[in-house]
Structure formats: C-alpha cells, structure tokens
Ligand binder design. Structure first.
Ligand code: FES
Length: 273
C-alpha cells in the first residue's frame, strides 16, 4: 500500500496528492508518469508525476475527477492509501539548454507541464510559461509555475481572469513579435496541442507535445496507447509520452481516445447513482 500524506483541492474536481512511494521518488525524472490502481478490480490509470521529493520519499500527482476512477480517487484524503502504484514509467523529457523555451499548459496540462518547465529552468533556459483554463477557478499552479518561469502569461476562455482567449493567441503574438523561440512544449487537450502545432509549423519552431493516449499496462505490451506519427506507429507509454508535435496524427489520437467513451460514461453514471 502507498499512503497518502497530503491531499488538497486546487480547483473544483482537481486534487493534489502527495503519496509515499520512496523508490519511485528516487528514480523519477521530469516528464515521467505512474500507473495506479485503487482496488483489486479497479482500472489502472496513468498520471503524470508532477513533483517528487527523494528525501521525503514522496511523489506528487494532480488528478482531475472526470471518470469513475478519478472521482473515486478524489474522494480519498491524507491517511488513506493507494492499493498499488508502478513507476516511474515513460521516457523522461529531453531537457538541455535550448535557449528560450515556451511551456504551454492547457487545463490540467498545466500540472503535467510544470515538472518539465521546472527542469528546463534548472537547465538554464529562459522559460516563458503560458497557462490556459476555461475559467478563473480552473487556473491551477499559478504560484508554482510563476516561481520557476521567467515570464508567466495566463489566459481564460471566458475572460474571467487575466487575458481572455486561448493559449494559441498568446503564442502567435510571441511568434509575431519576432522573438527567437527555440522550443515550444505544449500539454493539454489533443485539439489544443494540435492548434499549437499548427501555430508553430509555418515558422519551423521545434514543438513537443505530451500525449494523453489510453493506457493499460504502461510498459509497451498491450498496444492500447498506440499513436501514429510520421515515423509510423509508436507506443506513448515507452516511446513517449513526448513526441514531435509536427509529426503526430492528432485526428487518430482523438478517435482512439473516444473508443470507450460510451462504456466510460455508463460506468460513471452507475457510480454516481
Ligand atoms: Fe500498453 Fe502502452 S499502455 S503498450
């Protein structure tokens, strides 16, 4: 069992957990994820490791309660425990001194982008973070991302906080300003990442996305996380989760992510009844 030592809501349905998992904490690098299971018959869900403290032996995850398992997880608190947890999984982010790195996090993507933005800053990059959310109350980790960024730009779809609009609008302005951007990292809903890819493509700006495909084992054996890139089929769990945004077939990603939509909504409905 993996004890939960801290748990707090960051936004409605978005909860931050600090979990005791010393071996994972020791090995984990930015960009990697873990898979956990809440009970014997529970599904395995992949979650990016937002942070870790090797000395304390803890890892931090941020969970959005969208389906049955994530809602069940968000009902747990400090003192409860996770049945099993494996990790770190996936390839770490490629971090080096690129120059100016734009890190974009849309919605919960901000939590996934945070560890890589932090690692990019520690590697000596000038980090420009763009955080987007639908409304003010869904903006997460503003303080934490602000602390490791040279510039922080926030957008809300409805204009209830900071700038009204989408992350791609801010990115387009940065590009139009003529600033040299050496790398763009975008994490969020697939259509947002696709829009970022299409914004940077005409200028040939290297762009990386972290793909949230369906996963089961997380070790390259089930094929569930298959994504299509210019180089052919790849497994997000072992070849990724980060890929060159200009090479990803986002339409296929969206189609595959919808495969179990009906089962997922029936399961959630039964759970909520
Ligand atoms: Fe099974 Fe990637 S999750 S191959």
């Amino acid at each position: 069992m993996f004890p939960i030592v801290e748990a707090e809501f960051l936004a409605p349905d978005v909860k931050r957990f600090v979990i005791e998992a010393p071996r994972v904490a020791k090995k984990r690098r930015a960009g990697q994820f873990l898979i956990l299971r809440l009970h014997d018959h529970g599904e395995r869900i992949p979650l990016t490791i937002a942070d870790s403290d090797p000395e304390r032996g803890t890892v931090t995850i941020i969970v959005q309660g969208v389906g049955k398992t994530t809602k069940l997880l968000n009902m747990l608190g400090a003192g409860d425990a996770i049945l099993d947890l494996v990790g770190p999984l996936g390839s770490p982010s490629h971090v080096e001194p690129f120059g100016t790195v734009v890190v974009i996090g849309g919605g919960l993507g901000a939590a996934i982008a945070y560890p890589t933005a932090k690692a990019m800053k520690e590697a000596g990059n000038h980090v420009v973070s763009i955080v987007g959310a639908r409304t003010k109350e869904l903006v997460i980790l503003e303080r934490e991302i602000g602390a490791i960024s040279d510039e922080l730009l926030i957008t809300t779809d409805d204009g209830s906080y900071a700038r009204k609009g989408f992350v791609t609008g801010v990115l387009a302005e940065l590009i139009e300003s003529g600033r040299r951007l050496d790398l763009v990292l975008a994490i969020g809903p697939p259509r947002m990442m696709q829009a970022v890819a299409e914004t940077t493509r005409p200028r040939g700006i290297k762009t990386v996305v972290s793909l949230n495909s369906l996963m089961v084992d997380g070790t390259g054996m089930c094929g569930g996380c298959r994504v299509l890139t210019n180089a052919g089929a790849r497994f997000a769990c072992v070849d990724g989760p980060e890929f060159d945004a200009h090479e990803v077939d986002f339409d296929m990603l969206v189609r595959r992510n919808r495969t179990y939509l009906q089962n997922e909504s029936e399961s959630l409905k039964r759970f909520l009844e």
